[in-house]
Ligand binder design. Structure first.
Ligand SMILES: [Zn+2]
Length: 357
C-alpha cells in the first residue's frame, strides 16, 4: 500500500514523504544515521559490556538490557526542594529562564498535586498566544518527577518566549519541539548527579545512558531496519522469517556482542507499531534528542555566549527551520560532525560510568 501511494505521489524514496512532513532533508537524516552507527562500539557496545560486568555476567540476555542497577531505596524530593532545584538549574542557563519558570509556581499555573480521578501523564499546554501555558503533571516526589517538572517547565518557558509571534507562528516544527524540555531536564540531571553519593551515581548514570541509547541508538537501529526492509520489499513480499532476519541483523549490530539475542527475539519487530502505522517516524526521536545534545556540547564550550543565542532560538518559535535555527551557533546539521558531537556527550557519560564499575 505504501509503495503504491509513494509511486502515485512520485516520492523518490520510501523515506521522502516522512522527511517532507517533518520539514527535514534527507542529507541531515543520513548524516545523523552515519554518526550514530559510527558510535555504536564506543557507546552501546561498550556500555552493555560494562553493564554485564556489573551484573556479574559475561553477556546479558536481551530482557536484562534495561534492568535497573540501583538497589537502594529511591530518594524522594519535597515540592519546595524540586522547585528550588529546577529554578537554580534554569538560572545557571540565564536568569530570564528561571524568572519565567518562577511565574508558573507563583500564579500558580502548575497542576501538580495528585488526587483521586486525576488522569496520568504530563504536558505544558500553550492554549493560545493571548493566554499563558498551563503545566499538568502528577508530582509524587520521585527523582523522575523532578525531571518531569523540569521537562514541562522547559516547554512552558519555550511557549512563553515565542508567544509574541502569535498563535500560528509560535508553534515549533517537530525537530525543535523538544529542545527546551530536554535541555531543562539535562540541566536538572547534572545537578542531581553532582549531589549524589558514589553509590547513587552509578545507578543515575546507568539510567541516563540507557535513556540515551534507547532514544538515539535504538531508534536509529529501527530506522535502519525499516530502510533495509523497504529496500528488500521492492523485489517482492517478505516472509516473517525474512523480516526476522533483517531485524536480527540491524538490532545485533546496534546492541553489540554483550547482548544475547535469545530465541524469540527475531519476532520483536512486531512490537514497534510505528513500522506499520507511521513508517519512518522513529528517526525523529533520535533527531530531536541528539540535536539537543549537540546544543549542550556547544554550551559546554562557552556558556556565556551560548545563553543569548539559545534564548533567540526558542523565541523564534516556528519561524525558522532547524538549519536556520542552528546557524547562529555555527552548527550545521547536514554535517556528520554536528551529530558526532552529540554522540560524544553520550560517550562521556559511559566514561563516567566506566570509572565507577
Ligand atoms: Zn516534551
Amino acid at each position: 500500500e505504501k509503495q503504491v501511494e509513494d509511486r502515485w505521489r512520485k516520492y523518490p524514496t520510501p523515506q521522502a514523504s516522512r522527511h517532507l512532513s517533518n520539514e527535514v532533508d534527507a542529507d541531515a537524516v543520513e548524516a545523523l544515521e552515519a554518526a550514530v552507527v559510527e558510535a555504536y562500539p564506543s557507546v552501546s557496545h561498550r556500555y552493555y559490556r560494562l553493564k554485564a560486568q556489573v551484573m556479574g555476567r559475561k553477556s546479558l540476555d536481551y530482557w536484562d538490557r534495561n534492568a535497573p542497577l540501583e538497589t537502594l531505596a529511591p530518594k524522594t524530593y519535597g515540592w519546595d526542594e524540586a522547585k528550588a532545584m529546577v529554578l537554580d538549574s534554569f538560572s545557571d542557563l540565564a536568569p530570564k529562564f528561571a524568572d519565567t519558570a518562577r511565574t508558573f509556581f507563583d500564579q500558580p499555573w502548575i497542576d501538580a498535586r495528585p488526587r483521586p480521578g486525576k488522569q496520568s501523564g504530563a504536558y505544558s499546554h500553550p492554549v493560545n498566544s493571548e493566554r499563558h501555558p498551563f503545566v499538568f503533571m502528577n508530582y509524587m516526589g520521585e527523582r523522575r518527577d523532578v525531571l518531569t517538572l523540569a521537562h514541562e517547565l522547559g516547554h512552558a518557558v519555550h511557549q512563553t518566549l515565542c508567544s509574541p509571534l502569535g498563535t500560528l507562528l509560535a508553534d515549533t516544527p517537530l525537530t525543535l519541539a523538544e529542545t527546551a524540555s530536554i535541555f531543562g531536564e539535562g540541566l536538572v540531571f547534572e545537578r542531581l548527579l553532582a549531589g549524589a553519593s558514589k553509590a547513587e551515581r552509578r545507578g543515575l548514570l546507568a539510567g541516563k545512558i540507557e535513556d540515551g541509547i534507547n532514544t538515539v541508538v535504538r531508534q536509529i537501529a529501527f530506522h535502519r531496519f525499516e530502510t533495509r526492509f523497504h529496500a528488500a520489499r521492492v523485489a517482492g513480499e517478505l516472509s516473517a522469517d525474512e523480516i526476522g532476519a533483517v531485524w536480527l541483523e540491524t538490532m545485533g549490530e546496534s546492541l553489540g556482542p554483550a547482548i544475547k539475542l535469545n530465541a524469540g527475539y527475531e519476532h520483536y519487530w512486531g512490537y514497534v507499531t510505528h513500522f506499520v502505522h507511521s513508517p519512518f517516524y522513529v528517526y525523529a526521536y533520535a533527531f530531536g534528542d541528539l540535536l539537543v545534545r549537540g546544543l549542550m556540547e556547544k554550551r559546554r564550550e562557552d556558556p556565556v555566549a551560548f545563553a543569548p543565542l539559545y534564548e533567540d532560538l526558542l523565541a523564534a518559535g516556528g519561524t525558522r527551520t532547524y538549519v536556520e535555527a542552528l546557524r547562529p551557533f555555527g552548527l550545521n546539521p547536514r554535517e556528520k560532525a554536528f551529530w558526532a558531537a552529540g554522540m560524544s556527550q553520550l560517550e562521556r557519560l559511559v566514561d563516567e560510568f566506566e570509572a565507577l564499575v
